[in-house]
Design a binder for this molecule. Structure first.
Ligand code: SAM
Length: 344
């Protein structure tokens, strides 16, 4: 349950609107920085992970998420690292599902690499999870192993099937990678649509050092779209899922294809999101360094007044947007932290 002092503090504070008039209605929570894969564009091969004692407990994560829900967040995505490798993470899903039941939350969802999905799919469905994102960048098992550094594609596809069998809609997310999956995108789309999944393509973002040049990974989606349009009829549609993807309908497959274009078409003007890490650090923008510590106010008292004040201060500082650059001249990442820290 949400405690009474928490409700009072939230009611006093009101909905979250930044200085550009954007309402924050979508929270992404990275429940762990650890992952069982090491995707080449996401992490370096040898990552140092946080000591477990630095992490918020599942109860603290619940309290934090609930504070945002009381402030008008309608969509909650658990992510990571790999969220499904966090021990007992289903306890968190179960407790958060009460906000779906109460009608305060429209959607509880997860972004996963799918490796642990087969054993969690039925429980996720029981918690009211209706749609999930599964990240698959290639359907070639050897290439999949190379991209993830040790992932098993068959196991991920088994997870996708289990999710479907549990009644969960799956959206496939694929990062478009120059020379890696560049020539496979059309066939991935045909596969995804044939299986009844939407597919979203993502431009690689310069987040953290990964040991490879970003310019060698980056494939602009404007070029991908042009190539696809030579073979398929793509029609822009108004369909939205509350995130940054812009969709087209593909006449030949009857499916939807999403484009997430932080480089070629910056979508910050409509940004409705903030992100919290597993240590309770709030990032108001994926592509900026500014952050707010929510762990200290969370732990300072059982009353949420300090927490709400810290959230307000942070939302007031939410920047207009990010400014990613990937070119031969710009070697530095936009921010030092990896996507696995902030939560994708
Ligand atoms: N482990 C989960 C997964 O694989 O989906 C959740 C976390 S992962 C960081 C979330 C998403 O971010 C994945 O779809 C991944 O491909 C994407 N991602 C990671 N690093 C990225 C980067 N530098 N640029 C663009 N997308 C990235």
């Amino acid at each position: 349950m949400i405690d009474r002092p928490g409700v009072a503090a939230a009611q006093q504070a009101g909905p979250l609107v930044d200085t550009f008039g954007r309402a924050v209605t979508y929270l992404r929570v990275s429940v762990t920085d650890r992952c069982d894969f090491r995707c080449v564009y996401c992490m370096s091969e040898h990552m140092t992970f946080l000591p477990k004692q630095d992490l918020l407990s599942l109860e603290e994560l619940d309290r934090l998420c609930s504070a945002f829900v009381l402030r008008g967040v309608r969509k909650l995505r658990l992510t990571g690292g790999e969220p499904l490798v966090r021990r007992d993470v289903m306890t968190l899903f179960r407790s958060l599902s009460r906000h779906m039941e109460s009608g305060r939350l429209d959607e509880l969802t997860v972004t996963t690499n799918g490796s642990q999905l087969a054993r969690h799919a039925a429980d996720l469905a029981a918690c009211g999870v209706k749609r999930i994102n599964v990240s698959i960048d290639t359907l070639d098992p050897a290439k999949f192993r190379a991209i993830t550094r040790w992932g098993d594609l068959a196991r991920v596809l088994e997870g996708v099937k289990a999710a479907q069998a549990a009644g969960i809609r799956v959206k496939i997310n694929a990062v478009a990678l120059k020379d890696v999956n560049e020539h496979e995108i059309a066939s991935m789309m045909e596969w995804a649509h044939g299986e009844g999944h939407d597919l979203s393509l993502i431009e690689v973002m310069p987040l953290g050092e990964v040991g490879e040049e970003r310019v060698d990974q980056y494939l602009p989606l404007s070029a991908v779209r042009e190539q696809l349009a030579e073979r398929f009829t793509l029609t822009d549609i108004a369909y939205r899922t509350g995130g940054p993807a812009r969709y087209v309908e593909v006449k030949e497959t009857g499916g939807r294809l999403g484009f997430i274009t932080p480089l070629t078409h910056n979508f910050c003007e409509g940004c409705n999101r903030v992100r919290v890490t597993c240590t309770g650090t709030l990032y108001m923008c994926l592509g900026q360094e500014d952050a707010a510590d929510l762990r200290a106010p969370l732990r300072a008292s059982s009353d949420d007044a300090l927490l709400h004040r810290a959230i307000d201060d942070a939302i007031f500082r939410k920047p207009k947007g990010h400014d990613f650059v990937i070119d031969r001249k710009t070697r530095q990442p936009a921010v030092g932290r990896h996507m696995s820290t902030t939560g994708g």
